[in-house]
Write a protein of this length. Structure first.
Length: 412
């Protein structure tokens, strides 16, 4: 299932001046401080302590308020809106509907692409959650806040996006995070149907042995993306079991290709990644930010390691070092230890540190990703034996679409 093409001007939103600025290495103290601040959002001990405090307060309330921030017409928000009455009724919550204008500025770096991507994605996932894409229509309850007031409240509570649920200090995006909300509500004792399955459980990523032979999964990821860090090992496991050929398509991190990321968005992403990793039984953290030269050093080795068939393993080891082991890869010692982990010669440090341009493949991958269209990582694209696209999707929480496609596939 291919998406309609986009104009070439929409594929090349990398601003050279922003790239030059954002590609500079942060100093040692700034890198350390950025790493500490981001990891703080994902630290499991801190998250558990905050959640316990919030949950204690929720248990004491007669009827907990479930806030939903809705952008009319936005595809993911429209899907989540359909879920609001069902969740509120089953868990005896008091729903509060707030209208918002949606993300802007640094919280929406590709405003031309986002509506198209969202519409395609909502149509694809809606049937699996028992919802209707493009439903629109009347609101299920009267809004307590109009857009300007809703946006102001959302900013005070610490978020920026639409289609967001908020309960007791925690944010849940769209239908994709309702599995976390339902699990929390059951733990709180609010579930009136505790023996029944959750309404919005995440579809399984389990695949049958050999079910994908002949297919290829293109994986667009960056070495500074926490979502890539948890998606890459799952993508490898899924492909290995199903027989799908995995084609890694590395791209530069967003901020190194000129796309802004706000502080509040960065904090939310790290906390959300930790929650998603826990759902899949994955380790996440501690973290040491590899932005700038560590990423560029890794990509300078791409041609040589591709030729020897070692880049995929090196890519995974880099992600583990940065996102699971908290290693500082900006130093010679840290990077050489990474090379040793991969049984690579430490002399590659010289090649990695040479002041040379990025391999052309890195920019070509970005252009190909934008042409899908997609702008974020990880993006996955499943193609058949003839190289024809079957579908593409954006997000580590879309690997289950590959599994579900294989489930329905008629063997050739």
């Amino acid at each position: 299932m291919s998406s309609e093409p986009i104009e070439s001007s929409q594929r090349t939103h990398a601003d050279p001046s922003r790239i030059a600025q954002s590609s500079r290495d942060p100093g040692p103290f700034r890198r350390w401080m950025m790493s500490r601040l981001l990891w703080r959002q994902a630290d499991p001990n801190r998250r558990r302590a905050l959640l316990a405090s919030q949950d204690k307060q929720l248990r004491a309330e007669a009827a907990a308020e479930l806030h939903f921030f809705h952008q009319p017409g936005e595809p993911h928000s429209e899907l989540a809106l359909q879920a609001l009455p069902k969740i509120a009724a089953r868990y005896e919550l008091k729903p509060q509907l707030h209208l918002v204008p949606g993300p802007s500025g640094a919280n929406n770096p590709e405003p031309e692409l986002l509506p198209l991507m969202a519409a395609n994605d909502a149509r694809r996932i809606a049937p699996y959650y028992g919802l209707k894409a493009d439903a629109g229509g009347d609101l299920p309850l009267s809004p307590v806040s109009q857009p300007e007031a809703g946006a102001a409240l959302q900013r005070r509570l610490g978020h920026y996006g639409s289609g967001m649920f908020y309960l007791g200090g925690v944010w849940y995006w769209g239908v994709d995070r309702l599995c976390h909300l339902e699990a929390r509500l059951r733990d709180l004792g609010f579930d009136t149907q505790p023996d029944e399955p959750f309404y919005f459980a995440r579809p399984s990523e389990q695949v049958a042995e050999g079910a994908g032979r002949g297919l290829t999964l293109e994986f667009y990821g960056s070495l500074r993306s926490p979502y890539t860090a948890i998606a890459w090992p799952r993508a490898r496991a899924l492909c290995e079991k199903s027989g799908i050929r995995l084609a890694l398509k590395p791209v530069l991190p967003m901020v190194m290709r000129g796309a802004p990321v706000s502080r509040v968005k960065g904090f939310y992403i790290f906390g959300d990644t930790a929650r998603e990793a826990e759902l899949h039984g994955q380790r996440f953290g501690p973290f040491y930010d590899p932005i700038g030269e560590p990423v560029k050093r890794a990509y300078r080795l791409l041609p040589a390691l591709r030729a020897s068939g070692q880049f995929d393993g090196f890519y995974g080891a880099f992600l583990r070092a940065a996102f699971q082991q908290g290693r500082n890869l900006s130093t010679r010692r840290g990077f050489c230890r990474l090379l040793e982990d991969c049984n690579l010669d430490k002399s590659l440090w010289q090649q990695a540190s040479a002041n040379t341009a990025m391999p052309e493949e890195i920019e070509n991958n970005r252009l190909a990703m934008y042409a899908l269209p997609s702008w974020g990582v990880p993006t996955i694209r499943l193609v058949d034996e003839r190289g024809e696209e079957l579908f593409h999707a954006f997000g580590q929480d879309r690997l289950w679409l590959v599994a579900r496609y294989l489930e329905q596939r008629v063997p050739s």
